[in-house]
Design a protein around this ligand. Structure first.
Ligand SMILES: [Fe+2]
Ligand SMILES: [Fe+2]
Length: 246
């Protein structure tokens, strides 16, 4: 009986593809295609959320023959063209998770963009002006997306993808003044209720590459610039190997 080999996930966020990125990402994607079975893109796929940028990224992703899952980042929303950006990427074979759950090679994946609000006891509370309540409500909405996706999974192995961080540890390294804009503890709550093998996120370009949830689940900040700076001798993506489901 032949033994099944492990499933290799490659995760990277914050590509920030621009109109002039043509040719800059193809070699990276080609290498990932050879080294991994599934590619996970953790938001800020493009720089200003423009259709032309998405078209460039779709072209760069051309050589990739493995499944690609993505969540959107805040940059996808900058120009109000997020739907067009999503459509172009979907046409290029990217599955965008926005409160959705999918199963690939026996592994369950959930994803949502997430939002800010801060961490722990210092997290922003829905009190006072409507603007503050709306800000908190956005984080609650994203948390509910993540939770409903997690509730749908029936697989033994589960992976969660976000753009914003669910824990403080992986934003440490950024200026403390901006921690509240890099993630929200609210996103950690469903991850503590529904077991996952690992969580990937981006957004905190100057954060830390790894932390743990309260339940000791590894959380990887895979912002490309952070990985390139922290591990200069390695390619700028995180590989995680999971045992194949028999
Ligand atoms: Fe980013
Ligand atoms: Fe971002």
């Amino acid at each position: 009986m032949s033994e099944k080999r492990n499933v290799r996930l490659a995760a990277v966020g914050d590509l920030h593809c621009t109109k002039t990125s043509q040719g800059n990402l193809q070699a990276l994607f080609q290498q990932i295609s050879q080294n991994a079975d599934i590619l996970l893109l953790c938001g800020d796929l493009v720089d200003y959320g423009q259709l032309e940028e998405a078209t460039v990224l779709a072209h760069e992703l051309g050589p990739i023959k493995i499944p690609i899952l993505a969540v959107l980042g805040n940059h996808e929303y900058e120009s109000g063209q997020q739907l067009e950006v999503q459509r172009v990427l979907a046409d290029a074979g990217v599955t965008i998770l926005d409160g959705d759950a999918v199963e690939i090679l026996g592994i369950g994946f959930v994803g949502a963009k997430g939002f800010g609000g801060g961490f722990g006891e210092q997290a922003l509370q829905p009190w006072g002006e409507d603007s503050i309540k709306n800000f908190v409500q956005e984080a609650v909405k994203e948390t509910l997306k993540l939770e409903s996706a997690l509730a749908k999974l029936r697989t033994e192995q589960r992976i969660a993808m976000l753009h914003y961080s669910p824990i403080r540890a992986t934003v440490v390294g950024a200026p403390p003044e901006i921690y509240p804009f890099l993630g929200s503890s609210r996103l950690e709550e469903p991850l503590n209720r529904y077991p996952v093998n690992a969580v990937f996120h981006g957004h905190a370009h100057r954060g830390s590459p790894e932390g743990r949830t309260l339940n000791n689940v590894p959380v990887y900040n895979v912002a490309m610039k952070l990985l390139a700076k922290t591990f200069p001798d390695q390619p700028p993506y995180k590989i995680l190997e999971l045992p194949a489901v028999s």
